[in-house]
Write a protein that binds this ligand. Structure first.
Ligand code: ADP
Length: 258
């Protein structure tokens, strides 16, 4: 810890950005980007000025989910102008590479790409910049934590022990770095029957033990729902398509709590 602290460069706030919120998960495929997108749009819906940075350089999914594919323009100072959709300024490596092309880079290049998207872009004025991170606790997380002030982290996990254990490691890393954890959004832990509205618990409830052991607040429980998959695949955030749904309500309260 002491070693890490000594090597830390001074954190610089991003010009005009009041808060940076990191969305993180231990494993991939648990719905981290889905949560990041719907949180960003919910924040915009309650009148916040919001940006969404896709920090997943290798597996960007924000362009698809937010339906922003165009290559961003730059201003006369060579700062990237993030395109806006659904009231959210978005930036992703996926907008800078040909659709479907793989990014084949080593760590240092990934870090400079992240720096460019973070510091070489016209984000401000923003109330909140949401950063969707790659799964795990790698370079991107450390680099973010060292370079910019982070207001807090929203963890996303499914309720299996395998996913929660890795999430716990991530939580521990942020705690060690002195970054607050807002809480956990549980995803795909239950489903609602389309016929009788019965709530089907898909997994044994391991989330409660996790939140209790880690002293972390459970901020949302999002059901497994084919409509959510469709929304992601079609680039329409579910909180917009299903405005009156339970999950739109829970994202609204998440937005109000962050
Ligand atoms: P991650 O960012 O953790 O890798 P994603 O948000 O990309 O995960 O989600 C992975 C896949 O699961 C996507 O295809 C998405 O549409 C789907 N998905 C996420 N959450 C749900 C949900 N609650 N119900 C149904 N499908 C979901």
């Amino acid at each position: 810890e002491a070693l890490m602290a000594r090597g830390l460069p001074k954190k610089q706030p991003l010009p005009g950005v009041a808060n940076i919120v990191v969305v993180a998960s231990g494993k991939g495929g648990v719905g981290k980007s889905t949560v990041a997108v719907n949180l960003a749009v919910s924040l915009a819906n309650i009148g916040k000025r919001v940006g969404l940075l896709d920090g997943d350089i290798f597996g960007p999914s924000i362009p698809l989910m937010m339906n922003v594919h165009e290559e961003p323009l730059v201003d006369d100072k060579n700062l990237i102008i993030p395109p806006v959709n659904y009231g959210v300024k978005c930036l992703s490596m996926g907008m800078l590479t040909q659709h479907g092309d793989a990014v084949i880079w080593r760590g240092p290049l990934v870090m400079s790409a992240l720096q460019r998207l973070l510091k070489g872009a016209l984000w401000g004025p923003l109330d909140v910049l949401i950063v969707d991170t790659p799964p795990g606790t790698g370079d991107v997380h450390l680099s973010l934590a060292q370079n910019v002030p982070i207001s807090g982290v929203l963890l996303v996990s499914t309720p299996q022990t395998a996913a929660l254990e890795v999430t716990q490691r991530g939580a521990q890393m942020y705690k060690t770095l002195g970054i607050p954890i807002f809480g956990l959004a549980e995803n795909m832990g239950h489903a609602i029957c389309g016929n009788c509205q019965h709530k089907l618990e898909i997994f044994k409830n391991t989330t409660q033990k996790f939140t209790k052991d880690m002293n972390i607040e459970l901020l949302a429980t999002i059901p497994l729902d084919g409509n959510i998959t469709d929304c992601c695949d079609n680039g329409i955030p579910m909180v917009l398509k299903y405005k009156d749904s339970e999950y739109a309500k829970s994202f609204k309260s998440l937005a109000l709590n962050i």
